[in-house]
Design a protein around this ligand. Sequence first.
Ligand code: PRP
Ligand code: URA
Length: 208
Amino acid sequence: MSVREIRHPLVQHKLSLLRDKDISTRSFRELTGEIGSLLTYEATADLELEEYTVESWIGPTAGQRIKGKKITVVPILRAGLGMLDGVLSMVPSAKVSVVGLYRDEETLQPVTYFEKMASDIDQRMALIVDPMLATGGSMLACIDMLKAAGCEQIRALVLVAAPEGIRLIEEKHPDVELYTAAIDERLNDQGYIVPGLGDAGDKIFGTR
Ligand code: PRP
Ligand code: URA
């Protein structure tokens, strides 16, 4: 797996605001979406273009449009929904394939409870969105589900990644590309990323 830590000043500024322990639900939600947009901008920078003719106000003019594979955005419920609108603001025509997973608090193992993929997912590039890559178990389960459905090109966008999760995905799926706003230090005994953001789902939905 290739890993890109996006050091863009806007991303780092917004991520630091997200780490504030007193942040409001509203601000956490807004910033999560905004970073989602910026990560999408980076993750789509190498999409191939093709030439076509635009019928402009002065007649035919050379234009460019994205060629080939279209995108499906794959939010991992629940916290991935917090990034979805921001991602779709960059790729508004993308189809959305939803995967429901939660992490068992005792075992830290992912539990799957929902799956609804785009019907033509085998012809699309998947952009998985989830704020946190901790042990990597949830991301691994999602990638396995996408590949089982025939998806061949997969990129993952996360706000914060732990080295443990990166190692797991690198080992199991070396073809997947990861875009993250930060690679943090480690996991604590409860499987939370340090320094991380705390429980991202609770902060996005105001359930903490
Ligand atoms: C969080 C997060 C990831 C997962 C990461 O979800 O959004 O999906 O944990 O942990 P892992 O890398 O160790 O699997 P959570 O299980 O808290 O569910 P939620 O999104 O419904 O809050
Ligand atoms: N899930 C979260 O929301 N935060 C973490 O640090 C790890 C998993």
